[in-house]
Write a protein that binds this ligand. Structure first.
Ligand code: NAD
Length: 494
């Protein structure tokens, strides 16, 4: 039975061992493989195991990629684009199964995961459409000077657990369209849909062009340390990114790396806004629905003018309490379970420490431990105000359903608060004053800024963090170009 079929049967999949997809086939688990349990966050049942690929598995994936690369690189861009379109079309035939697999494996609501895989497929088509944009330039100098954009060869893409299928689909497409072979490493917490994507699309591109390795930190570390993987992209936390940089340096090779990391993203609200509209946006920006606040770009730090704080927070609390928490597969569910129970405990502890710092919990803050949801990693959507500037909850990423509210009086103060802390991923500015909106957008130190919006992002627009939120860009033409390296050719004309 295929990986996806197991999910759509509606029964719990067997506790099967899933292995890496390398060189066009799933490997044998081997008797001495390290096994990592995969759980359904909503029931906490073990739904499978993965055999950790480890350094030997990564080496096999590199060898398979290298074997496939010369022919793949030589494939005309137009044919590569047609094949990426075929990959997208094949996934489209299986989108419901993939969405169910993600709901089962991540705890995210099924409705959200349906939207996720649809977005991933959309991004594959966009990448295919950019095939001819990977062109070079000529420079007007004596002779002929031109540049070309060449693939790296083997590209490793480590994706995280909050959007496994969407990230896998999109990251494969941009690597392939530019002539690279790809090694995808999903999170050990949500590996099933990336492996299913390999299974569903098998045979469309030559063996070794797409590899999906199953594994945990040891496998990620092996990617960073491998001497022949020179281009790596990583989506995850800042501390892990630092370990990857250290392991890459220790490999003795100079590597090109893109990091898409965490955030503690401000939403700055001035007193001239419409209170109801803004309250709705504050709740939406938290991404309580879809991913239980486990969203890198969530505007989880509300910086609101003192004069309207109480009125807006009242509305925010009222809306937050209306969010329907439930089993992920229920189509009515808006908010599912957190990825693990330990992630939930970390969040509950942070909220408790914040109250010790003088903060006040306006709603939520509790694990749900009774009834149908009691077995899973469910947590109430939480709003905390009176958060002190400089405190843990003001500066540290929660990566869970907790909104931290702080107040300000002047624009200068609001800007300084927005730029507090080490992160710089997203920011939102809410005001009707056009001058103030652009002043703030210019001065805020983040890679992405909304004016009078939150959460909505279009895949054609580049996305990347400043500071500890990352290096490099994903999405749009920038991601496609980042999968290439530039060669300059100097021709002496005689
Ligand atoms: P994480 O850093 O804990 O783990 C990410 C992955 O790293 C895991 O799959 C793990 O196997 C691997 N890993 C662990 N140790 C490693 C090591 N030493 N070397 C190499 N790999 C190693 O992050 P997470 O909890 O999976 O994801 C949450 C984080 O991701 C949050 O900080 C969130 O903001 C961020 N995120 C960022 C974006 C973005 O686009 N900026 C998107 C989604 C999530």
């Amino acid at each position: 039975m295929s990986i996806a079929e197991q999910a759509v049967t509606g029964t719990q999949p067997d506790v099967r061992t899933y292995t890496s997809f390398i060189g066009g086939r799933f490997e044998d688990a081997g008797s001495d493989a390290d096994l990592i349990e995969v759980r359904d966050p909503a029931t906490w049942r073990v739904i499978g195991r993965i055999a950790d690929a480890g350094p030997a598995g990564i080496d096999r994936a590199v060898v398979a990629s290298e074997a496939a690369w010369p022919a793949w690189k030589a494939t005309p861009a137009r044919e590569r684009a047609a094949l990426v379109e075929q990959l997208a079309d094949r996934l489209a035939e299986h989108q419901d199964e993939i969405a169910r697999l993600d709901a089962l494996d991540t705890g995210n609501p099924l409705v959200a995961m349906r939207a996720d895989i649809a977005k991933g497929i959309h991004q594959m088509h966009e990448a295919a459409g950019l095939a001819f944009e990977t062109k070079g330039e000529t420079i007007p100098l004596p002779g002929l000077h031109y540049t070309t954009r060449e693939p790296w060869g083997v590209v490793a893409r480590m994706v995280t657990f909050n959007h496994p299928a969407m990230f896998t689909a999109a990251r494969i497409a941009t690597a392939l369209i530019t002539g690279n072979c790809v090694i995808v490493k999903p999170s050990e917490l949500a590996p099933l849909s990336p492996l299913a994507i390999a299974e569903i699309t098998a045979g469309i591109v030559p063996d070794g062009v797409i590899n999906v390795v199953a594994g945990g930190p040891a496998t990620g570390g092996a990617i960073a340390a491998h001497p022949r993987i020179l281009r790596i992209t990583f989506t995850g936390s800042t501390p892990t990114a630092l370990k990857i940089q250290a392991a890459a340096a220790a490999s003795g090779r100079v590597k090109s790396m893109t990091f898409e990391l965490g955030g503690k993203n401000p939403i700055v609200v001035f007193p001239d806004v419409d209170l109801d509209e803004t309250a709705a946006a504050i709740v939406r920006g938290m991404n309580y629905a879809r991913v239980q606040g486990q969203s890198c770009g969530a505007t989880s730090r509300l910086i609101i003018h003192r004069d309207i704080a109480e009125a807006v927070l009242e509305r925010v609390v009222e809306r937050t309490r209306r969010i329907r928490i439930g089993m992920p597969v229920d189509p009515e569910t808006e908010m599912g379970a957190m990825i693990t129970k330990s992630a939930r405990s970390r969040v509950v502890d942070m909220v408790q420490r914040a109250t010790g710092d003088g903060a006040r919990v306006l709603t939520g803050g509790n694990a749900i431990e009774e009834g149908e949801l009691g077995a899973g990693a469910f947590l109430e959507p939480t709003v905390v105000d009176r958060v002190a500037r400089g405190s843990e909850l003001a500066d540290v990423e929660v990566f869970g359903p907790v909104l931290a509210a702080l107040t300000f009086e002047t624009e200068d103060e609001a800007l300084a608060m927005a730029n507090d802390g080490p992160f710089g991923l997203t920011a939102a500015i809410w005001t009707k004053d056009i001058d103030r909106a652009f002043r703030m957008a210019n001065a805020i130190e983040t890679g992405y800024v909304w004016i009078n919006d939150v959460e909505t992002r279009f895949p054609a627009v580049p996305f990347g963090g400043w500071g500890d939120s990352g290096v490099g860009l994903e999405h749009g033409l920038e991601e496609v170009l980042s999968m290439t390296r530039v060669k300059a050719v100097n021709v002496r004309l005689r």
